[in-house]
Design a protein around this ligand. Structure first.
Ligand SMILES: C[S@@+](CC[C@H](N)C(=O)[O-])C[C@H]1O[C@@H](n2cnc3c(N)ncnc32)[C@H](O)[C@@H]1O
Length: 437
């Protein structure tokens, strides 16, 4: 398209899940980055496509009462947080609307009871788990460490990050200097972070064999900053602790008196305050009692399984990652929990194997699948004796699709659903839904 510098005016009517304002101009949708519903804005066309256009915000002519000044100087450039210009308490309401819209449009379902959003006062510094990109940038003659730029493959040039814990954020420049000092600074693409209350762990991915001097630099860095450093030469099995000699990464869910040990690259929920509240809500919705036999899918390292086990007769849990299943078993043992069985299975593929391992009876189902949802497995495990299904989801679109299967094909009714503020400032939506007969 020839570059059109004309400035247009738009009334913004909606917000996409990526926090773009939505306007209608001449019966065509325009997405305007940074604009909020209820605002009158001026914009320039950036891209015109067949079904929609994209516009660049020029000026906010009438601001929404939901608008706040973004807290972080990298807002707009960094792809990590796109909701920062929205008041914290309104962010979660936009996410709630997204859940309602998805259920309605994808699943054709309305929610009889909307659960109050699970919120916490910690809107910053909450993110205990992150994969940071690293890149040696020749033009800048230095290494960048951070999240990716918004809709671009580049690493954002940032010296701190407000959603990471302060002690993680403040080390970003030091990590950039450390990587720049290694023998192949252009071959370190990623640092994985796992922050805990006792120690923060960092897994340095390196695409070359570390020299003795490299290892000494990593050890000196770890000692100086009091952190655990792991090296990762290839796949997850190559992760190796460099410093200290031994370390235990752990989190607790105090109300259930359970603790979980994990490895730094294991899946763990990023926001521990919301995690504890989410587990409590899931257990409450399951209405557990000591006769219950529960089936759990996508159980990870037992985050929900162990608290559930404490309240029921039996729980059988399936998870695809062998390492997570090993840790889940160890976690159950360490916590003195015996009424639990964990199986490793690819829940998108190995239906026959899963069927063989299914217990004879189970009356409740809990699942927390990845973004792609659980479409393949639901019809294989849902039978007539299941009274309740609680579904935790990190993607409202697949939750809505799976809800439609449960409702239309498997005889369930969506009773309650709601959102949880697991990822404040970002566009991620975490939700929970209860299905009953
Ligand atoms: C959102 S996490 C939930 C984990 C756990 N419930 C927790 O709270 O920590 C989704 C889990 O699904 C597992 N997963 C992903 N794809 C899978 C598959 N095809 N089969 C079985 N598990 C899978 C992941 O390894 C991960 O542990």
């Amino acid at each position: 398209m020839k570059h059109d510098t004309t400035i247009y005016i738009a009334e913004v009517v909606d917000l996409t899940h990526e926090a773009q304002g939505v306007a209608r101009i001449d019966n065509k949708t325009v997405f305007i980055d940074g604009a909020l519903p209820g605002e009158r804005v001026s914009f320039r066309y950036q891209r015109r496509k067949r079904n929609f256009d994209e516009g660049e915000l020029v000026e906010i002519l009438e601001a929404s009462p939901d608008r706040v000044q973004p807290h972080c100087e990298y807002f707009g450039m960094c792809g990590g947080c796109s909701f920062q210009h929205i008041k914290a308490e309104r962010q979660i309401q936009y996410k709630e609307k997204q859940l309602l819209d998805s259920l309605k449009h994808v699943g054709g379902i309305t929610i009889p009871t909307l659960l109050p959003p699970l919120d916490s006062a910690e809107h910053w510094g909450y993110r205990t788990k992150a994969r940071l990109g690293a890149k040696w940038v020749k033009k800048k003659d230095r290494v960048l460490v951070g999240f990716r730029e918004k809709r671009k493959p580049f690493i954002a040039d940032m010296t701190h990050c407000e959603i990471l814990p302060t002690d993680v954020s403040s080390l970003l420049p030091a990590f950039a200097t450390l990587i720049a000092s290694l023998s192949n600074p252009d071959k370190v693409p990623q640092i994985e972070v796992a922050a805990t209350s006792a120690i923060n762990a960092y897994v340095i991915r390196h695409m070359f064999d570390l020299t003795e001097e490299d290892i000494n630099k990593l050890l000196a860095f770890a000692k100086e900053h009091g952190v655990a450093i792991y090296s990762q030469r290839s796949g997850p099995d190559s992760i190796c602790l460099l410093y200290p000699e031994s370390v235990t990464l752990q989190y607790d869910i105090a109300p259930y008196d359970v603790s979980f040990e994990f490895q730094p690259s294991d899946f763990t929920q990023v926001n521990q305050t919301i995690n504890a509240r989410m587990v409590a809500q899931a257990l409450e919705l399951l209405e557990l009692d000591s006769n219950d036999k529960v089936l759990e899918l996508f159980s990870g390292l037992g985050n929900f399984s162990l608290p559930i086990a404490k309240q029921v007769a039996q729980i059988t849990a399936f998870e695809g990652d062998k390492g997570l299943v090993e840790r889940a078993l160890q976690n159950a043992q360490r916590n003195g929990i015996e009424n639990i069985q964990f199986y490793t299975a690819d829940l998108f593929d190995e239906t026959d194997l899963i069927k063989k391992q299914l217990p004879e009876e189970y009356n409740k189902l809990f699942l927390d699948p990845p973004r792609s949802g659980a479409m393949q497995i639901l019809p294989k495990v849902v039978h007539k004796k299941i009274e309740r299904i609680v579904y935790v989801s990190c993607n409202p679109a697949t939750l809505a699709r799976d809800a439609k299967i449960l409702v239309e094909a498997l005889g369930f009714k969506l009773q309650k659903a709601g959102v949880m503020d697991m990822f404040p400032q970002t566009s991620h939506v975490e939700s929970i839904a209860l299905f009953t007969r």
